[in-house]
Design a protein around this ligand. Structure first.
Ligand code: ATP
Ligand code: MG
Length: 580
């Protein structure tokens, strides 16, 4: 492709409202353009990347035995009423009415449609197992669409649905999808983790998320370096610490702390580590009275775990200012468990603290040197916090590391959930009607593109993993319009590369070399080949990878074979079905 013949739409300015690097780079490199909140047009360069991701996904789904279908994006409300999700799904579901006043929605996912298809088409065990997938547009009216295509309202998802006769067969279909997903993300050149996504985290989780590791990720993931254990931090159990509490060594002292609102303020003010401060949060109680929850200052409350406390209202919410005011006339920053006229729960780790600092229940004052059992009753303790860096892995394999991740895929054993609510049954070998076991498997195809950029960029722009790069090589001729000889040599090389199956973007614009270099780096094309009259005098061209600091000289005759070799080496792992 010649730059002059494509819609090459790079921009220098950093878009003001783009918060994360992939969003900025996708706009600057001319991959996407916004239409309205959470809606984007994919430009030709972006489209090439998107298609490559789609192709990898398609090849691996096919290799895993899944069959491609294409379902309508618009779905009748009746199906959603049957599954009970028309009411449950909430405002993320875009509801539409047609000219006959019939209700429809724009599909945010396709369980209802596929279950309806399955109950009509799959009648006998002989047709099983079957796995149907599509690559298609979804719409979710996200409360906060942001980060470009990372969290958009309209996006492309690959969704697959497996159908099996038994729980055992269901599990092996799930395993096959799990393995296919691993190959998809490996082939795409991404550093990812498979994360247990429900609380049955250890030993047979029913759901896994696939996360691309990147600092901008919305989820915190805990993983063990000693084993394959990985889970969303919110789902990691934090058992009672083994060590015993230090004995009390000081008397309680009331200290003045004007303006202190948080444990960080407190730690700075008193010059003590945050982990010596006790954090007291007031949650909405089940009977209207707030419930106090105490955590070590450096720990965060886990809302899912807090929901299992008997006196806490579900869904868990912080008590309102009025509720706090009527329970105890003190602002939240100065609340503590000593003489607090409310139920008190402590996290296991908070119970291990001694000589700690906590709010004095008096505005602008804290107590220093407080000890459980001496200055206040020993409270009930429970696992109430999120796991942190260095906590022991629940499988005993060593300390946990915490990293941020972007959820690019999610696989789920639904079991009989939809086949029961929507009545999808088949006849088994004995002729008995049994409910189908169903699994669902999603990949955010458009999100993968953004996630790949989050993980692969530098200050100059994108650095595409070879397998999903829009082009393999940028061919940059220096001042070609001034030299007939150079023009001819460039055309020859261009043709040779194209004939060798290498995807070349020839920058044939009449622009300064600096502009060409900057655009090649911004758009992240993995290889760059610079041709000039001076190079021709020496019989070659300058060649370098986007990550290299220095170029190397390549003889004109070796260009195609050198590039082919490099590209082949990089995509060695990139054969469908892992049959490299
Ligand atoms: P999230 O927690 O990020 O909202 P989800 O749990 O709602 O994701 P699923 O319903 O499991 O997502 O959808 C499957 C995949 O679709 C996700 O793993 C993600 O990659 C992608 N996805 C979901 N919502 C969006 C969105 N708003 N924009 C882009 N991709 C999305
Ligand atoms: Mg979501």
């Amino acid at each position: 492709m010649r730059v002059s013949q494509t819609l090459f739409a790079t921009v220098k300015e950093t878009p003001a409202d783009a918060e994360i690097v992939s969003h900025r780079l996708m706009l600057r490199a001319g991959l996407i353009r916004p239409l309205a909140a959470g809606l984007y047009t994919w430009l030709p360069l972006g489209m090439r990347v998107l298609r490559k991701v789609e192709n990898i996904v398609r090849e691996e789904m096919d290799a895993a035995g899944a069959l491609e279908v294409f379902m309508p994006a618009i779905q009748p409300a009746e199906l959603w009423r049957e599954s009970g999700r028309w009411e449950k799904y909430g405002p993320e579901l875009l509801r539409i009415r047609d000219r006959h006043e019939r209700d429809f929605c724009f599909g945010p996912t396709h369980e209802e449609v596929i279950t309806d298809l399955a109950r009509r088409e799959i009648r006998s065990y002989k047709q099983l197992p079957v796995n149907l997938y599509q690559i298609q547009t979804k719409f979710r009216d996200e409360v906060r669409p942001r980060f470009g295509v990372m969290r958009s309202r309209e996006f492309i998802m690959k969704d697959a649905y497996s159908f099996d006769l038994s729980h055992e067969a269901h599990k092996s279909s799930y395993r096959r999808m799990h393995d296919a997903y691993c190959r998809i993300f490996e082939r795409s050149g991404l550093d990812y983790r498979v994360v247990a996504a429900d609380s049955g985290a250890i030993g047979g989780s029913r759901s896994h998320e696939f996360h691309v590791l990147a600092d901008s990720g919305e989820d915190a993931i805990a993983f063990s370096s000693g084993s394959s254990f990985a889970a969303n931090v919110e789902l990691v159990p934090c058992p009672e610490p083994g060590e015993t509490r230090e004995p009390a060594s000081r008397e309680v002292e009331m200290v003045e702390t004007p303006g202190v609102r948080s444990v960080d303020d407190l730690s700075t003010r008193l010059r003590i580590p945050v982990r010596r401060c006790l954090k007291t949060l007031l949650l909405e109680g089940r009977n209207g009275t707030p419930v106090a929850v105490c955590l070590r200052g450096d720990h965060d409350l886990n809302l899912v775990k807090a929901a299992s406390l008997p006196d806490v209202a579900v869904p868990v919410a912080m008590a309102s200012a009025e509720q706090v005011e009527s329970a105890i006339a003190c602002p939240p920053g100065s609340i503590g468990p000593v003489d607090l006229p409310l139920p008190v729960h402590a996290d296991h780790a908070a119970l291990g603290m001694s000589d700690f600092v906590c709010g004095a229940n008096r505005e602008g004052y804290h107590l220093h040197g407080v000890n459980w059992g001496r200055d206040l009753p020993e409270p009930e303790s429970a696992d109430l916090r999120n796991a942190t860096q260095g906590d022991p892995s629940p499988d005993g394999s060593g300390p946990l590391s915490i990293a941020r991740g972007i959820e690019v895929g999610h696989i789920f054993q639904l079991g009989e959930e939809y086949s029961r609510s929507m009545g999808s049954v088949v006849l088994d070998e004995q002729g008995r009607a049994v409910h189908l076991f169903m699994g669902c498997y999603g990949i955010g195809v458009t999100r993968v593109v953004a996630a790949a950029i989050e993980q692969n960029h530098d200050q100059r722009g994108i650095i595409w993993p070879a397998a999903i790069a829009p082009y393999h090589v940028a061919l940059l001729p220096m001042n070609m319009h001034k030299s007939q000889r150079l023009r001819e040599a460039v055309e020859t090389v261009y043709r040779e590369l194209c004939d060798a199956g290498i995807e070349v973007l020839l920058d044939d614009r009449r622009v300064r070399p600096g502009v060409m270099f900057a655009d090649a780096e911004l758009t992240g094309i993995p290889y760059r080949l610079v041709m000039s009259d001076r190079g021709l005098d020496a019989g070659g061209a300058e060649f370098r990878h986007r990550r290299d600091e220095e170029s190397v000289e390549v003889g004109l005759e070796q260009i195609a074979s050198t590039l082919r070799g490099r590209i082949a080496a990089e995509s060695a792992a990139a054969r469908p079905g892992g049959s490299a």
